[in-house]
Design a protein around this ligand. Structure first.
Ligand SMILES: N[C@@H](CCC(=O)N[C@@H](CS)C(=O)NCC(=O)O)C(=O)O
Length: 232
């Protein structure tokens, strides 16, 4: 049978592909990677080609040779099955909580990801987070801190798991935007450990070398005024 193919995305753009790639690599699942360029304008033609065999016409897609898995969580769960559950906690309650974190991220993490694109993690200069964004981060960091208090770290549920990989792109974008973690020291330590995790570092090393993908709406309307008021 042909070697499985992961249709992945541009490394400094596709946070969804990153998650699937991390889980498959951590599971020891062997695959060839086809990077689909999702930068504009070529993204439309390239994704249309993916649509010929994958209904959502998005990346990541894993073609195992006998089936097509077209969602990042499904690919991550498949990776976890491949390594006999090694990427989720053994305890049923911890496993369900890890899946809650995975689902929260998949649902957009209460809007944080929409406002701070993955692409902006790689910009040479970053805007400052608004007060509202920092408050949202606080809610998220309190959740991470609680997991880390219970597990003792270094990752959210002890050993690295799907929950860490799912949140890796958010940890990257928030830490690179210097989100204030002073109230959540375990979270700060977890972010450092996750970003230094060898597979995450391998992806980032490539992403950091790619041409920036700029978005006109990077500066949130009103952000500068809010910052000036906060500093006054
Ligand atoms: N729910 C999908 C989302 C994947 C997704 O949105 N991928 C982006 C790239 S990171 C994409 O291909 N988008 C296609 C489009 O926007 O047309 C998953 O988890 O795999």
């Amino acid at each position: 049978m042909a070697k499985p193919i992961l249709y992945s995305g541009t490394k400094n753009a596709s946070s969804w592909a990153m998650r699937a790639w991390l889980a498959l690599r951590a599971a020891g699942y062997e695959f060839d990677e086809v990077v689909v360029d999702i930068r504009r304008p070529q993204r439309f033609g390239n994704l249309a080609r993916i649509g010929a065999f994958s209904p959502p016409a998005s990346v990541p897609v894993l073609d195992t040779g006998s089936t097509v898995i077209f969602d990042s969580i499904a690919i991550m769960e498949f990776a976890n099955d491949f390594c006999e559950g090694g990427l989720l906690p053994v305890d049923a309650e911890a496993r369900a909580r890890a899946r809650s974190l995975v689902a929260w991220q998949h649902a957009g993490l209460s809007g944080i990801c929409g406002r701070i694109s993955f692409e902006s993690s790689f910009y040479p200069q970053k805007r400052r987070l608004t007060n509202a964004e920092q408050r949202e981060c606080g809610r998220l960091f309190a959740c991470y801190e609680d997991c880390l208090d219970q597990s003792g770290g270094p990752f959210l549920f002890g050993p690295v798991s799907l929950a860490d990989f799912m949140h890796a792109p958010s940890a990257i974008r928030l830490s690179r935007h210097k989100a204030d973690t002073r109230q959540w020291p375990r979270t700060a330590e977890w972010m450092r450990a996750l970003i230094a995790q060898p597979l995450v570092a391998e992806w980032l090393n490539e992403a950091d070398q790619q041409p920036h993908i700029w978005f006109d709406d990077y500066l949130v309307p009103g952000a500068e005024a809010e910052l000036a008021a906060a500093q006054a």
